[in-house]
Design a protein around this ligand. Structure first.
Ligand code: UDP
Ligand code: MG
Length: 323
């Protein structure tokens, strides 16, 4: 049996009410592609019967491949497992709650056929989400964009298509705190966004309350920059500067007989100065820890899109025609 052309990956955590509709809408859409496809349902430790529902779907349709976790590992890890098990030439990652309309997959595939390796879906509108969620989400994306070294596209989640070439690299990035949209931006290749309207959840509740959003934000910042560590040095330098400036002001005022230099003032200045020195020291340590962290992630140093081994290399084509 030949490998499928497309793998659709869905992380599932307590989505019993959404699974039947998800399956029927995804299979309708994928059948329209005219290619062989598989649907990888990753059960992330569900406790509401989703697991059995996934097993049933797999029994009825052998294009459905279940990956069932022993416990809940979290959304990003579930998607990672789906990517590891996928066999398609392109994979599509989509949520189980039908907030990402499966019909958009056809647009993603169209761009892939034009030669893009990463096609991410950009939310132009969002339905059925609270003002609070919208504002925090928008703040989240702006913050990440500012702070991190890798420019993750704004208003983009994990709904995307990834070509096998980029996927092979992503699958080699085994960092534990994963933030796939950042890693996806990091690998490069030809990327493009496709706009879509994010729908409301078909059923059930979000699994991303504020606490999880904050963790995701923290992971994004710490996973793609050592900015927080470098902040220490900046803050320290600021405090040292401030204490020296205040000292100067006090000395001037004392010289003109406006105030007496008291012990209290001296103690304040010393405290600010020392705090500054300590922070600089911590910042320097942080700089080294940041480097250790970068090494520990063990990401590839570079990614070759076209090189001597690929058919696209012009020198190789020349050599072949000479023969
Ligand atoms: N999900 C998961 N493991 C978790 C939490 C969520 O696999 O621990 C799945 C969930 O079933 C859904 C997707 O991740 O398919 C996105 O979750 P959710 O809809 O709750 O997030 P939101 O869309 O509200 O950001
Ligand atoms: Mg959702």
């Amino acid at each position: 049996m030949s490998d499928p052309v497309f793998s659709v990956i869905v992380p599932v955590y307590n989505e019993l009410e959404n699974l039947p509709l998800l399956y029927s809408r995804v299979s309708d859409v994928m059948n329209q592609t005219g290619e062989k496809w598989e649907l990888i349902l990753v059960d992330d430790g569900s406790s509401d019967g989703s697991t059995d529902s996934i097993r049933e779907l797999a029994q009825q349709d052998d294009r459905v491949r279940p990956v069932i976790f022993a416990r809940n590992f979290g959304h990003q890890i579930a998607v990672t497992a789906g990517m590891d098990y996928s066999r398609g030439q392109a994979v599509v990652i989509i949520d189980a709650d039908l907030q990402d309309p499966p019909e958009v997959i056809l647009d993603l595939i169209a761009k892939w056929r034009e030669g893009y390796q990463v096609v991410y879906a950009v939310r132009s509108e969002r339905e059925g989400e609270s003002w609070f969620k919208l504002t925090t989400a928008s703040l989240f994306y702006k913050l990440i964009y500012k702070i991190t070294d890798v420019k993750m596209p704004l208003n983009t989640g994990d709904f995307r298509l990834i070509d096998r070439k980029a996927l092979t690299i992503l699958n080699q990035m085994r960092e534990r705190n994963r933030i796939l949209r950042g890693m996806g931006a990091w690998v490069g290749f030809r990327q493009i966004g496709v706009e879509y309207k994010r729908a409301a959840r078909h059923a059930g509740q979000t699994h991303y309350p504020l606490k999880n959003m904050l963790r995701l934000a923290m992971n994004a910042v710490t996973g793609f920059s050592i900015f927080p560590l470098q902040m220490l040095t900046t803050a320290g330098a600021f405090l040292v500067g401030l204490s020296l400036l205040l000292l100067l002001i006090y000395l001037c005022l004392a010289a003109f007989g406006k105030i007496d230099l008291t012990y209290v003032l001296a103690a304040w200045l010393t405290m600010i100065f020392l705090a500054g020195v300590l922070l600089i020291g911590m910042g320097v340590l942080g700089e080294y820890i940041g480097r250790i962290y970068d090494e520990a992630k063990g990401r590839p140093l570079y990614i070759v899109a076209e090189g001597p081994d690929t058919a696209l290399d012009p020198t190789r084509l020349d050599r072949e025609t000479e023969k």
